[in-house]
Design a binder for this molecule. Structure first.
Ligand code: GLU
Length: 325
């Protein structure tokens, strides 16, 4: 894909929920901060539902997420777009990668990879090592959308410059190995879809949870293989934890935005709680989302990232009780 010819394209970010369940308070914080930063900086905002996982995503959940975001007080300038609406751009990217010799067919399951690769990999991630690449040249290239494919990851370190973190670098080949870019179920893989969309939608600034920091390095590699040298600006925000110190996840159903809304909790209470727990305001009271715009400059976000590196933001039962009080 060509580089944009304009040397300084208009700044644009995206809200990119995966519609596989209700938003939790951690998602709410990430989207609130993304929105507030964008509004503060004058970037435009695209809403993009990442709904390619047909087994888990649904149109109803897309609608519910939109309604929850609007209820929180957030808005967007473009979209909503659903990734499932048009697969052509992902297919085009697959052809490009295939022609560049970077794709091979592989439908091995995680268990099969684990068994074939021997020792389990640290961190729980299943790494696809280069030794499992097919030796038959007929298995290389793009064999069509009904077949699973992986992207052959180069070895070596990949630096990631993030606006909120000190310099970072990753080793995608050692951490993840060859990436699934087209699944066995005939859908584009997450990494491919994000890279293709961020490029074609002119996303200049990616703001998202820091669980995706290692993915930034992988996505830089994929983008480069698609002919784009300059990555977007990255802004990875810390993730909110529960009282037990685990990252909030979809399993925490009771604390989802829909459930809170149905229980009569106001959006202003949620915003007020998130701003106070994030150390951006001293006192805990209901606040409109627009108040976040004045609070979230880069300095405040960097301070938050540094503080939460040592002491993650935790939602305690009394915080949830305050919401419902
Ligand atoms: N859809 C992804 C998620 O909800 C975010 C992907 C991204 O921001 O790159 O975790």
């Amino acid at each position: 894909m060509p580089e944009p010819s304009n040397p300084s394209p208009p700044r644009r970010t995206r809200l990119a929920p995966s519609p596989t369940g209700d938003l939790h308070l951690g998602n709410a914080r990430t989207f609130l901060f993304t929105w507030a930063l964008a509004r503060r900086e004058g970037w435009s905002i695209l809403l993009r539902h990442e709904d390619l996982d047909a087994a888990r995503a649904s149109a109803e959940t897309c609608d519910a997420i939109e309604s929850s975001l609007a209820w929180l007080g957030l808005d967007w300038d473009e979209g909503p777009i659903r990734q499932s609406d048009d697969r052509t751009p992902y297919l085009d990217a697959m052809r490009t990668l295939g022609e560049a010799g970077r794709l091979f067919r592989s439908e091995l399951s995680r268990r099969e990879i684990r068994e074939a690769a021997g020792a389990p990999h640290a961190g729980g991630e299943v790494r696809f090592p280069p030794e499992l690449r097919p030796s038959d040249p007929a298995d290389w290239g793009f064999a069509g959308p009904d077949v699973g494919h992986r992207f052959a990851m180069e070895r070596g370190r990949e630096p990631v410059r993030d606006e909120l973190h000190d310099d970072l670098d990753f080793d995608p080949s050692a951490e993840a190995g060859d990436l699934v870019v087209w699944t066995r179920h005939g859908t584009p893989g997450y990494q491919l879809a994000v890279v293709v969309d961020d490029l074609r939608q002119g996303i200049t600034d990616v703001v998202r949870g820091d669980d995706l920091l290692p993915s930034a390095a992988r996505q830089q590699r994929l983008a480069r293989a698609l002919g784009v040298a300059t990555p977007p600006r990255w802004w990875h925000l810390p993730i909110v934890h529960d009282a037990a110190g685990r990252r909030l996840a979809k399993r925490d159903g009771d604390d989802g935005l829909l459930a809170l809304r149905e229980a009569g909790v106001s959006a202003e209470r949620i915003v007020g709680l998130l701003l106070q727990l994030s150390g951006l305001v001293a006192d805990r009271r209901p606040r409109p989302a627009a108040e976040a715009i004045g609070l979230l400059d880069r300095h405040a976000l960097r301070t938050l990232v540094h503080r939460e590196r040592d002491t993650p933001c935790r939602l305690a039962p009394e915080d949830l009780a305050w919401l419902r009080s």
